[in-house]
Design a protein around this ligand. Structure first.
Ligand SMILES: C[S@@+](CC[C@H](N)C(=O)[O-])C[C@H]1O[C@@H](n2cnc3c(N)ncnc32)[C@H](O)[C@@H]1O
Ligand code: SF4
Ligand code: SF4
Length: 357
């Protein structure tokens, strides 16, 4: 289920979307949701803080499965179409299969992101039986040298490729199964290896590739402007595997802005983000936000362990975020965000048809 396409094709969503800027309280369905089920992880990636807080004992046990079940049921009643499970390492969450079962019993599209090292034959069989839509495996380099260095554990590359091989073999035998997507975090260390990554993914018969610009406070970890500019020239050769542009590239200064971590480029200079209406993010400690990136800057709507989804959506915190956005003032963190550029382009085309005719 592609949210941008859904927005394009659904007339009643058009009507509702057109009202939001003038009436941020106008009902609009939460179409997609992401749950970080746990912060626990078996790897120790250089660019990721989740495993560090989990190991320092700051981690929480993870989301209460009963609360997730209730939330999925409530959100489904409000129009939810797809759910994404992530973490930490999602396959370390003890109630993983239960929550997937619940989501599928509601006929939600289920996608998940994993480091791939814990995939087993049984899990792959489970994904196929439950008709999980997409399994995204993270690969940050085309060989064990680079991938293992970034992932902080020797053998991580081999284990992830074994997981992918299990998925492909079972899919081939059954003639159906989840799509295989791959995420690659683009950093100064990985950006010059993307051609090799592309070749590897073709050989693995991946269905989609997402390159994620590194989210970091450390400018030394970010690619330089020249590296971004060179990467941008290569993008046509990585089609159709590369399913989305990693940055807003609509301005000549995009490479310069990306060097500063401003991946949204100039996108939100003239547009707003509709995530506070169509999306929901629940972190492993239960805090609810409009989106994953927003947790850096925004006050949570509520905590899933203390409030229902309906209470969270009606909260003063959520309304404040929706009103701020509708008034044309995206949050400072929105400048650094690479999420939902496609979806927001679809919304913008609806609300400003003259610019897209
Ligand atoms: C936080 S991980 C959780 C799922 C799983 N543990 C994994 O590694 O795939 C979700 C995605 O975020 C990516 N990621 C981790 N740290 C990142 C960072 N600093 N900037 C951008 N993406 C990052 C991971 O590579 C992965 O594709
Ligand atoms: S495997 Fe995923 S959650 Fe674990 S440290 Fe790496 S990016 Fe973070
Ligand atoms: S631009 Fe990104 S951080 Fe800002 S509200 Fe949208 S999804 Fe969230």
């Amino acid at each position: 289920m592609h949210i941008a396409r859904l927005i394009d094709r659904n007339g009643s969503l058009h009507e509702q979307a057109l009202r939001l800027v003038h009436d941020p309280d106008h009902p609009f369905p939460v179409l997609s949701a992401k749950f970080k089920l746990t912060w626990q992880c078996n790897l120790a990636c250089t660019m990721c803080n989740i495993w560090r807080s989990a190991r320092r004992g700051l981690g929480v046990p993870g989301l209460d499965p009963d609360r997730i079940r209730q939330a999925l049921t409530d959100l489904h009643g409000q129009g939810l179409k797809k759910v994404h499970f992530s973490g930490g390492e999602v396959l370390m969450y003890p109630h993983f299969r239960e929550v997937v079962d619940q989501a599928r019993s509601l006929d939600l599209q289920v996608n998940l992101t994993t480091n791939g090292t814990l995939l087993t034959k049984e899990l792959v069989r489970f994904f196929i039986e439950r008709r999980v839509h997409t399994v995204t495996v993270s690969l940050d380099g085309p060989d064990s040298r680079l991938h293992d260095r970034i992932r902080g554990v020797k053998g991580a590359f081999k284990a992830a490729l074994n997981g992918i091989a299990l998925l492909r073999a079972r899919r081939a035998r059954k003639g159906r199964g989840p799509k295989l997507a791959v995420n690659t975090v683009v950093s100064r260390a990985t950006i010059d290896r993307l051609d090799d990554m592309h070749r590897l993914l073709l050989s693995l018969e991946a269905d989609a590739w997402r390159i994620l610009p590194i989210d970091t406070e450390d400018p030394e970890l970010r690619p330089t402007r020249d590296q971004w500019d060179r990467m941008f020239e290569r993008i046509p050769d990585w089609q159709p595997l590369l399913s989305r542009l990693p940055l807003d590239w609509s301005s000549e200064r995009s490479g310069l802005r990306a060097e500063d971590g401003k991946y949204a480029g100039v996108f939100y200079g003239s547009r707003i983000c509709y995530a506070p209406w169509f999306n929901l993010f629940v972190d492993a400690d239960g805090k609810i936000y409009p989106c994953c990136t927003g947790k850096r800057d925004m006050t949570p709507y509520a905590n899933l362990h203390a409030r229902t989804i309906e209470e969270a959506l009606a909260s003063a915190e959520r309304r404040e975020i929706a009103y701020t956005m509708a008034s044309g003032h995206p949050f400072p963190v929105c400048d650094c965000c690479d999420d939902f550029l496609e979806e927001n382009t679809a919304f913008h085309a609806l609300t400003h048809p003259e610019e897209h005719s």
